[in-house]
Ligand binder design. Structure first.
Ligand SMILES: Nc1ncnc2c1ncn2[C@@H]1O[C@H](COP(=O)(O)OP(=O)(O)OP(=O)(O)O)[C@@H](O)[C@H]1O
Ligand SMILES: [Mg+2]
Length: 475
């Protein structure tokens, strides 16, 4: 036998003691941390836990606890010295909280193990082979939790790619992935619950100027406005909910903004927008000729409004609105009427019917109309011209790519193919959406949410439109 300078037995003994100490510290601290979070986020089960505390109090105060120990023939375990008794009483009263905390902590350990496996399976690994690691998993509210992991030097897009794998492996629904680049972490908001299948649009009359209701995620309602997203693209295969969304959106904007004007193009015979027909600030167009005339007018309006803004040193419609009327100046070839700059919203349902309507005879006219639409999309925002385009096909044939590039707010209902989904969202999420009418992905810049879009039934739509018209005629 070779001489051995270190004593392996003593090492093992130290290691074991260290491991035991670590386990005790972990075992006590983790449930406490979980309980603190549970209290802060109000997810703890107060009533059963506090009831237990009261029952235990009654037991020790009445001395019944000793009887129980004797009956169980473990009276020798009953704490006899004062320090042991204090511990016994304290842990006894708070036992429910310890158990609850320990269960949460155990869930977390399971989560960590499962996550590591999921990251490996999903290929979430940095070029250096680093895996994201678990930081925390906390409740946000009763339905949603937030998982925080290190990003392992990977961009958010990489996590987005792995979203589906993460969802199925963790058996959860992911609402949102956000990145904290400077901290090197990624937050994954998830839930064990599905999104509501129906969201009534019953709050839209109180939204205030310019805003609209996009839809409800599991966690929260999402709103936007024409200032945030001046032009919108609404895509999705037939039956997804495009026209329904358009009607709800237009009703909201019409009702809450008494000065906005609307031009509605529906080349499927105007049926989708029938409800808007005859309203004071609304015009419905259903032929190519009418749409062509409309875009000629919009083109002129754009030029004129730009001239007015420039003349008044206003960078956009908001800046122009802020100038007192007495200080506004009129360029000489502009009419008084044109000085009243109000937001003008152009809505096109089923864009392909309009932009692909060319035959040999009118190909030039379609090109001309497309060119004008591009101009509105690219320069309209500043002068209060807004474009809202719905389409079954989001490819560049149906919607010119220069128009599309300017439609920054995107709502995509389910798409039939991966290609169509990529074409509208830059990823496959619209292909994976469940076939629930009104279910969509809302994309605004880098943010993407699965939402249930609001449903406004025809009766309520009519009521709001009528009320709005009455208000106008009275005011
Ligand atoms: N948010 C919603 N909540 C509940 N049901 C909805 C919602 N949106 C649409 N629906 C229902 O789905 C059906 C199809 O909706 P809609 O006509 O708006 O689809 P679309 O995308 O415009 O289809 P198409 O491309 O054929 O015109 C309608 O019967 C409508 O009632
Ligand atoms: Mg439709």
């Amino acid at each position: 036998m070779k001489p051995n300078h270190t004593n392996p037995n003593s090492h093992a003994w130290v290691d074991r003691l260290w491991a035991l100490a670590k386990n005790i510290i972990f075992g006590i601290s983790q449930p406490i941390i979980e309980v603190i979070y549970g209290i802060r986020k109000d997810t703890i089960l107060y009533w059963p836990l506090i009831t237990w505390g009261i029952v235990f109090d009654v037991l020790i105060l009445s001395g019944l606890d000793q009887t129980i120990f004797k009956w169980l023939k473990i009276y020798w375990l009953y704490p006899k010295n004062p320090i042991a008794y204090t511990f016994y009483a304290f842990f006894g009263v708070t036992l429910g909280f310890w158990i609850w905390g320990a269960i949460q902590a155990r869930r977390k350990v399971n989560m960590i193990e499962r996550l590591t496996q999921v990251f490996v399976e999903s290929g979430l690994k940095s070029p250096m082979g680093k895996l994201p690691s678990f930081i925390s998993d906390r409740p946000v509210d009763e339905l949603v939790r937030k998982l925080k992991v290190t990003n392992a030097f990977m961009p958010k897009a990489k996590f987005e790619e792995a979203r589906e794998r993460l969802e199925s492996s963790l058996q959860v629904y992911i609402d949102e992935i956000t990145e904290n680049r400077s901290g090197g972490t990624v937050d994954i908001l998830y839930s064990h619950f599905e999104i509501a299948k129906m969201v009534e649009a019953n709050n839209i009359s109180s939204l205030g100027p310019n805003r609209f209701f996009v839809g409800q995620t599991r966690a929260k309602p999402i709103y936007s406005s024409l200032t945030e997203t001046p032009h919108l693209l609404i895509g999705g295969q037939t039956g997804g909910g495009k026209s329904t969304f358009l009607r709800q959106l237009v009703t909201t904007l019409y009702f809450n903004n008494q000065s906005y004007k609307f031009s509605m193009i529906d080349m499927k015979g105007g049926l989708e927008f029938q409800i808007f027909e005859g309203l004071p600030r609304m015009a419905v167009y259903s032929t190519f000729e009418d749409a062509k005339t409309l875009f000629e007018e919009m083109d002129k309006m754009l030029t004129e409004r730009m001239k007015i803004l420039k003349h008044n040193n206003a960078k956009d419609i908001e800046a122009f609105d802020a100038i007192p009327i007495s200080q506004k100046t009129r360029p000489k070839d502009v009419s008084d009427e044109s000085m009243d700059i109000q937001r003008q919203i152009i809505v096109i349902d089923e864009a392909a019917e309009l932009f692909l309507s060319s035959s040999k005879s009118n190909i030039g006219e379609v090109q001309e109309l497309t060119r004008r639409a591009i101009r509105v999309a690219a320069q309209g925002r500043a002068v209060g011209l807004h474009l809202i385009v719905a389409t079954q096909k989001p490819d560049s044939k149906a919607v010119n790519s220069q128009i599309k590039a300017n439609l920054t707010g995107i709502i995509s209902f389910p798409m039939a193919t991966l290609g169509a989904s990529f074409s509208i969202l830059g990823n496959g999420r619209a292909k994976e959406l469940p076939a629930i009418p009104g279910r969509a992905i809302w994309k605004n810049g880098l943010d993407q949410f699965e939402v249930q879009t609001p449903y406004l039934n025809p009766q309520d739509t009519k009521k709001l439109l009528d009320r709005s018209t009455k208000d106008t005629s009275n005011g």
